[in-house]
Design a protein around this ligand. Structure first.
Ligand code: C2E
Ligand code: MG
Ligand code: MG
Ligand code: MG
Length: 279
């Protein structure tokens, strides 16, 4: 406590620097959203059926092509967008862009997965927005899968559940993302009939060396199969992980083994490469 003052003085410039950087990023984010939405780009990562290797769809992952910073990862600005109330505009841009692009993909059976922030559920307008975006893009609602995290269900309001149910009635699929890393995950599985559960990368990473992770993945795929939910393993990087996931009856895999997220223009190439691999 005695040298508290000294410590504060020592850290002050650094904290100031951090706060300033955040303010700069915040102003930049507002500028880009208002004046240069083309700086936000979507990259797409394939999901593959483990049995047979067929590509079933792509997940849209947001990046910010910043004029000075280069390509900024979502983790660096989505949290900020949520804090400053910009996530709704950003999320709307993502939905519009993703659906319009997916309507032009070479294969019109491919699924389009889009990530939603929990905050996008705060307003009733989400259902209307999704209907409007589907209408203007002409995308078949059954091709759209919305990925939500436990955060959406954390304060499970009647409105949230009604929104999810309404979307599902319209044919849109709902996936639970990053499964297993939050709180009381199991209870969420009975709160809503998800179409898919995405098993977090944390359980896939050390699958080969940690038998306990294999046990957990097996439990999840068994529960999901019993509930009629498909499973996708996230962050699959090696053939060995893929073999183990197949043995654990996981349905689909996504990860660098099949491809990193790529711009929309590279989707045909990705499909050709993976088709050749699947033989
Ligand atoms: P997520 O939805 O769980 O997406 C998976 C993340 O894992 C992506 O990171 C992806 O590039 C990365 N990944 C995929 N395969 C591998 C692999 O084999 N190894 C490793 N190490 N990583 C892999 P990314 O693109 O940086 O996105 C991070 C998170 O940001 C996403 O996690 C999602 O929660 C969020 N996000 C991305 N786009 C959007 C968006 O449009 N809206 C919202 N609300 N969130 C988004
Ligand atoms: Mg996701
Ligand atoms: Mg995930
Ligand atoms: Mg994740």
């Amino acid at each position: 406590k005695e040298d508290g003052r000294g410590c504060w003085r020592f850290f002050e410039p650094e904290m100031d620097e951090q706060a300033q950087q955040r303010r700069r990023l915040e102003m930049d984010l507002r500028r880009a959203l208002a004046e240069a939405p083309e700086e936000f780009v979507l990259h797409y990562q394939p999901a593959v059926e483990i049995a047979g290797g067929r590509v079933t769809g792509f997940e849209a992952l947001l990046r910010w092509q910043h004029p000075e910073r280069g390509l900024v990862a979502p983790q660096e600005f989505i949290g900020l967008a949520e804090e400053i109330g910009a996530i709704e505009a950003l999320g709307e841009l993502v939905l519009r862009r993703a659906c319009a692009e997916a309507a032009r993909w070479p294969d019109q059976r491919l699924r389009l997965a889009v990530n939603l922030s929990a905050l996008q559920f705060r307003r009733e307008h989400l259902t209307a927005l999704i209907h409007a975006v589907l209408e203007e893009s002409g995308l078949d609602p059954r091709r759209l899968e919305l990925e939500i995290t436990e955060g959406v269900l954390l304060n499970q309001t009647a409105q949230t559940m009604a929104t999810l149910r309404g979307l599902r009635d319209a044919g849109v699929r709902i996936a639970m993302d990053d499964f297993g890393t939050g709180y009381s995950s199991l209870s969420y599985l009975r709160s809503f009939p998800f179409d898919r559960v995405k098993i977090d990368r944390a359980f896939v990473r050390d699958l080969a060396s940690r038998p306990c992770d294999a046990t957990i993945v097996r439990a999840v795929t068994t529960i999901c199969a019993g509930l009629g939910m498909a499973t996708t393993a996230e962050g699959v990087e090696t053939e060995e992980q893929l073999r183990l996931l197949a043995a654990l009856d996981c349905n689909e895999a996504q990860g660098f083994l099949f491809g990193r997220p790529v711009p929309a223009a590279q989707i045909p190439q990705t499909l050709a490469r993976l088709a050749a691999l699947a033989g």
